[in-house]
Structures are given as C-alpha cells and as structure tokens.
Ligand binder design. Structure first.
Ligand code: TZP
Ligand code: MG
Length: 222
C-alpha cells in the first residue's frame, strides 16, 4: 500500500521560487487555461498566477478549479490575483493583491485576511520604496517590485526603473519578484540590478512554445 503522505502536495518554499509565470486571460488567444498552466509547469515555473482582469468571479473560480489539479500535480504554487475569497475557497496557495486591493481597502496587516486552518499566503504589489516598506510592515509573504519597464500588460502603470530593483535588493526582507517588461532582452539588466526572482507574463504567453520559453528563462536565471 502506498502511504497517504505520498499524495501530500507541497510547493517549494517561496524563497526558492524564482520563475513566476501567469495564466493571463488577455493572452490566452482561445487556449484553455489549464492547458497553458500545464505548459507553464512543463517549462519549469515555480509559481503560476491566474490573472483574469475581465472575467466574472464565477468564471475565475471555474478556471482556478481546472488549473489547480495541474499545478498540484507539478508541485507548482497557484496564485489567484485580486480575489481573496476565491483563493481561499479553491485552496490556492497564495492570493496576490495590489495596493488598491489591500491598503486602499483599509487593511493594515495581512493577518486581517487570514482565516483559521488556512495556509493561504499573501503577496502584495509595490511600486516604490515606501510602498514596499509598508507591505513588509504589513506582513506580506512576498513583494512584487514593478513595473520595471513600460508594459502592454499593464499599460497605465508608470515604470519604476531599475533603481527600485536595486533598492529592493538592498532592503527587502521577504522574497521579492521583479515584474514588468521582463523578457529575454531585458533579463540580464534586471538580474544585474540584483533581482533573483522574476515574473514574466507576455514574453512567455506570446512565445510560439510556452514550455520552451519558460525553460529558456529558467536556464538564464542560473
Ligand atoms: N504588475 C506590474 S507589471 C505587470 C503586473 C501585473 C504586468 C507584467 O507583464 P509583462 O507582460 O511581463 O510585462
Ligand atoms: Mg489587484
């Protein structure tokens, strides 16, 4: 008989997660979210975020339920963007929230979002050192640092430049991910500024072969 413990799912510790990729509905181009998730896993992603800016909560929940068995099988962490309740209900690993979802909504500490018997972790977007400090003080499990460069994935956001990456490298006390315009052309500069973990959306989802594109980022991450 195989012991039950064999089936216990465990993603890597956050500190060991370096390649954070996305199932972003803006770039699905008709592909099934769970198929894209599988390709992202096959390419070596450590974390996958479901980001669906124009979908209803019901649609997001349905996508999350299809993606979760894929990520679980691969021991890849699933992150739900924006929707804390969905993240809790489907049993995702992490919920990612923006400044507006968290601080502007009146929350001060991530402990306010935690519920008993849930291991759900909270990642927060930050766009400047003061926001990062506030997110660290609030107990965020990880920080997103960006957008470093202008990006069509978030067209209204102002680039924070590599200067903010250098600040994060010197000051962040939890795992942090560089995000925004990270592609195979910009990667070297982002890593040289001190990033060791990256988020990549369009450069992977627009590639002809998602798994191969992921694998190339993985290789260059060293
Ligand atoms: N937050 C800051 S930049 C960004 C998000 C969600 C989008 C990054 O997308 P891309 O396509 O990797 O530039
Ligand atoms: Mg948000």
């Amino acid at each position: 008989m195989i012991p039950a413990a064999v089936f216990i799912y465990k993603m890597k510790p956050l500190a060991d997660c370096r390649l954070y990729t996305f199932v972003d509905t803006a770039y699905l181009h008709g592909r099934a979210p769970e198929l894209v998730a599988q390709q992202l896993c096959d390419g070596g992603s450590d974390l996958i975020q479901l980001r669906a800016k124009h979908s209803s909560p019901g649609e997001i929940r349905a996508m999350a339920e299809k993606i979760l068995p894929v990520t679980r099988r691969a021991k890849v962490g699933l992150v739900i963007n924006d929707h804390l309740e969905i993240a809790q209900e489907v049993g995702a690993d992490i919920c990612h929230l923006g400044q507006e979802d968290f601080f502007d909504a009146g929350f001060k500490n991530v402990s306010e979002l935690r519920i008993p018997h849930s291991a759900l972790r909270i990642g927060l977007s930050t766009h400047a050192p003061a926001q990062a400090q506030r997110a660290l003080d609030a107990g965020a499990d990880y920080l997103a640092i960006g957008p470093i460069y202008a990006t069509g994935t978030k067209p209204t956001a102002k680039p924070v430049t590599l200067e903010y990456v250098r600040w994060a490298a010197a000051h962040a006390t939890v795992p942090w991910f560089a995000i925004g315009g990270v592609n195979l052309q910009t990667l070297d500069a982002v890593l040289a500024a001190g990033a060791t973990r990256i988020c990549v959306v369009s450069a992977i989802l627009n590639a002809p072969d998602i798994a191969q594109a992921c694998a190339e980022f993985r290789r260059q991450l060293g």
